[in-house]
Design a protein around this ligand. Structure first.
Ligand SMILES: NC(=O)C1=CN([C@@H]2O[C@H](COP(=O)(O)OP(=O)(O)OC[C@H]3O[C@@H](n4cnc5c(N)ncnc54)[C@H](OP(=O)(O)O)[C@@H]3O)[C@@H](O)[C@H]2O)C=CC1
Ligand SMILES: N[C@@H](CC=O)C(=O)O
Length: 806
């Protein structure tokens, strides 16, 4: 025999109830032997509680009662529920008159919900030609006298159940009320919340069922609540021990007491979905799974009680008094944490008991307040507990670090030695985000990194395409899901928490909205987006003023924009201090040499103590292209400049390249990497733009390239034979003195065969001279400009950050 149990949501009018009837019908047709346990239908139990409260408070309850009655009657026109409704009305009237009710009365009221349910289901089955028998479990489950939370007398109950099923089970399906029983005086009792599951498990045990199938409204047990964690995965098999851990920590479809009768008889429990009956659900058996499971469960509706005192250290019996005071008041403690200094004890208790607990503890420790051994008993009531079941401390650093990186600071944490269960107490408003952060870390499969991309021009646009094209591969290879949730230019932002992909340009045109920076962080906050990275692909000074705010709001930064590293040194330091304060990173490898690994190399050499004495080279990809082409071919300078612009090598405004400003910035960035305190004004720059074109509007400059032709032709022709023009940056001088660096940017004529002279295309070349390497510099050479290589470099920084976040 199999025992089937259906919960209230499954039994709701319409699709739910229809599915339940169809499931039972299928089993009967397949000649399966079954017994069915049902809860009260829909929200019946809660509704009856509300009506009871209204009655006791002398409030009008008849409308509520009428709507309860209409709902319960709507499922089946044939069934006669007069007796149950009559009982209810009689009790409510009495309660209203008395202005009071006992737990015994409440049990009688709630029991009617279950009785209505069995009658309805049995009648619907009979209508379908199935022999069904509405069974009142008060005749079967005998309990003690604790109304509201009665304990079954298993011996007597077993006897009743076995005898009853012998008498009534042939070809009839017994539809049994869950949740209710009766005491020796045959008065109605209830088995506490989750009691229907308990009834089903007792029945399965007494009848030696081959399986208990618990039908819910979800496909089984998940690695986390799928309503909160979109990437949660269904667990197909669990052991009873693992299920027990989950049940203790708020997985509401399981309850520890449900599992014990099954465990004793080794009866498998299968969690199934009424609305998707073909899914195999989660099977819970006595066999322990090889890998061990991991799951996140949440305790909500809890409060953190914190007791602090200087005089607690070494004092004997404080904890005993504390627990005694709580126990007298029937307050259960789920988590306890006490540091070795014994100066504070943190306890997690049910939220509803918080005030009672504080009063009880203040009373217990009254004299300790006077002696100042205790100075504070406080309660934080907006907390949640996340338990990572199956998490050993060996690898706990990963989820913990990820929480801190996401600015979620647990208030308390503790673990169990045997259960591999780590629990964290966090602020309630951070619960959703915290679950996603931890889930991504411990399951690896889908650690989500949320990207906000500012600037979608030559570099930014290419980056977006690159990310969209490789996201799937990266997820497979690195278990990292890159989710672009914002794309912005200076005027509009396109937001999508589930990830922008495909035709982002037209989406931006159609759905982009005017924005302020806070709109983006608010959006991330509202949608609990974790692992935030802001990517600056603008060339804007104005945008750089957002960096500090972004860091404060929890974003790591990646930037191709050089401005932040080249405005005044105070800002440079302030930004780094803020990054350290908020535990954030800022990567900008593309600031010098586009996609070339230059900044990383220089940092590594410098931090390892290698003395860098000079850095020299062609720092600008666009000027490299311009002078390589101009020196090698008989072409006008204006034509080559236009080509560099069209190929995306130049700055958005090419005057930045020709004026030497861009190379000057790169030199300054490298100088600052070497801890030199230089400013942009310290760079001696040879400006290649004729004076007359330096101040004109950009649009006019872009039309005036011809005016550059004559002077560059003269310079080219005035060189020595076999020489070519190169625009070089040079960082030299006494680099051990933080103010001693010399920074030059100038046009030079070099032999064609020299390393600088031999450069091709838009290649940059950096010669790094160090003490150990002597006269032979380390050379880094390669494409130093262009949308593809730069975007790829920015992409590299994003991936580096995702590694750093591990
Ligand atoms: N090209 C290359 O080889 C390399 C470039 N870089 C750097 O890459 C950066 C981008 O260059 P590139 O792609 O050519 O520039 P583009 O001019 O093509 O694109 C700039 C983008 O930034 C947006 N933008 C400007 N101001 C803001 C703002 N305040 N807030 C949000 N968005 C803004 C622009 O939008 P809107 O239309 O609204 O102004 C545009 O979408 C530059 O800093 C450059 O120095 C670095 C290394 C190499
Ligand atoms: N315009 C720049 C682009 C990269 O920084 C250059 O040419 O190097």
């Amino acid at each position: 025999m199999k025992v089937l149990k259906f919960g209230g949501k499954s039994l709701a009018n319409g699709k739910g109830l229809d599915s339940v009837i169809a499931i039972i019908e299928d089993k009967v047709k397949a000649k399966e032997q079954i017994a069915v346990v049902v809860s009260a239908r829909g929200g019946a139990t809660d509704e009856l509680e509300v009506i009871l409260e209204k009655a006791v408070n002398n409030q009008h309850y008849l409308d509520d009662f009428e709507s309860f009655k209409n709902y319960q009657e709507a499922a089946n026109a044939v069934v006669d529920l007069t007796e149950e409704f009559k009982t209810l009305l009689k009790i409510f009237e009495g309660v209203k008159l008395l202005g009071d009710y006992s737990k015994k009365i409440k049990d009688e009221v709630l029991a009617q919900g279950e009785l209505i349910s069995v009658k309805t289901v049995a009648s619907l089955l009979i209508e379908k030609g199935i022999k069904a028998n509405a069974t009142d479990s008060r005749l079967l489950i005998k309990t003690d006298d604790v109304f509201g939370n009665a304990q079954p007398n298993t011996k007597a109950s077993k006897e009743h159940v076995v005898n009853y099923f012998k008498a009534h089970n042939g070809t009839t399906v017994n539809i049994v009320t869950g949740f209710i029983g009766s005491n020796n005086a045959n008065q109605t009792t209830t088995l506490g919340r989750n009691g229907s599951n308990y009834t089903a498990s007792l029945l399965a045990s007494f009848l030696n069922a081959e399986e208990l199938q618990n039908y819910t409204h979800v496909n089984g047990i998940y690695t986390a609540n799928p309503d909160l964690v979109a990437d949660a995965k269904k667990i197909s098999e669990l052991s009873f021990t693992e299920a027990n851990e989950l049940a203790n920590f708020g997985t509401t479809i399981l309850h520890a007491k449900t599992i014990i009768p099954l465990l004793e008889k080794n009866i498998p429990l299968r969690i199934l979905n009424t609305f998707n009956p073909n899914d195999h659900g989660t099977l819970i058996t006595g066999n322990s799974t090889k890998k061990g499971i991991k799951s996140l469960s949440v305790l909500d509706d809890v409060a953190l009680i914190n007791i602090e005192g200087r005089g607690l250290l070494g004092k004997v019996g404080v904890d005993a008094r504390l627990f005694n005071a709580l126990s007298i008041n029937n307050i259960s403690v789920s988590i306890v944490s006490q540091g070795s200094s014994e100066r504070g004890i943190g306890l997690i208790i049910p939220l509803e008991d918080a005030t009672k607990a504080v009063i009880a503890l203040e009373k217990e420790f009254e004299t300790d307040f006077y002696s100042q051994d205790i100075n504070k008993i406080s309660v934080i009531d907006d907390v949640s507990v996340i338990s990572i079941v199956g998490q050993s401390l060996r690898s706990f650093h990963k989820p913990f670090n990820a929480l801190i990186k996401n600015q979620i600071e647990p208030l308390l944490f503790n673990n169990t030695i045997t259960g591999e269960n780590v629990s964290l107490v966090i602020k309630k408003h951070q619960l959703h985000k915290a679950l996603n952060v931890i889930h991504g870390e411990i399951f690896g499969i889908s650690k989500k990194v949320n990207l906000a991309i500012f600037g979608h021009g030559t570099v930014g646009g290419t980056l977006i395409e690159q990310i969209i094209a490789s996201a799937e591969k990266i997820e497979k290879r690195k278990s990292i899901k890159l989710n672009i949730f914002a794309i912005a230019n200076s005027k509009k932002v396109l937001l999508n928490k589930d990830g922008i992909s495909g035709d982002w340009k037209s989406q931006l045109t159609e759905n982009g909205k005017a924005y302020e920076l806070n709109d983006i962080s608010n959006y991330a906050e509202t949608h609990h987006l974790e692992n935030l990275i802001a990517i600056d692909n603008t060339s804007s000074l104005e945008f750089v003023s957002n960096y500090l705010k972004l860091v404060e709001q929890g974003f790591d930064l990646v930037s191709s924009n050089k401005i932040a590293n080249t405005i005044d040194f105070n800002f440079y330091n302030e930004l780094r201090a803020s990054l350290a304060k908020y535990n954030k990173n800022y990567l900008y490898e593309t600031n010098v040499g586009a996609g070339l690994p230059l900044i990383d190399t220089i940092k590594l050499l410098h931090h390892s103590g290698e003395n860098i004495v000079r850095i020299r080279g062609v720092f600008s990809g666009s000027l490299s292209y311009i002078f390589n082409t101009f020196s090698a071919e008989e072409v006008p300078f204006s034509g080559v400049l236009q080509e560099a612009l069209d190929k995306g090598y130049t700055e958005p405004n090419p005057r930045e390249d020709l004026s030497g400003a861009d190379v000057a910035r790169k030199l300054l960035i490298l100088a600052r990497e070497l801890d030199l305190h230089n400013e942009l004004e310290d760079v001696n720059v040879e400006n290649l733009i004729p004076v007359g074109l330096r101040e004109v509007e950009t649009a006019e400059f872009l039309k005036s390239f011809n005016q550059l032709n004559d002077s560059f032709k003269t310079t080219k022709l005035s060189q020595k034979e076999g020489h070519v023009l190169r625009y070089v940056g040079d960082l030299y001088g006494d680099l051990s003195d933080e103010n001693g660096a010399k920074l030059d940017v100038k046009l030079v004529s070099v032999p064609k065969e020299s390393p600088l002279g031999a450069l091709k295309g838009a290649d940059s070349l950096f010669e790094i001279y160090t003490e150990s390497y002597g006269d032979q510099p380390i050379i880094i050479q390669g494409a130093g400009a262009g949308a593809e290589v730069t975007a790829r470099g920015v992409f590299g920084d994003i991936l580096r950050l995702t590694d750093k976040n591990n």
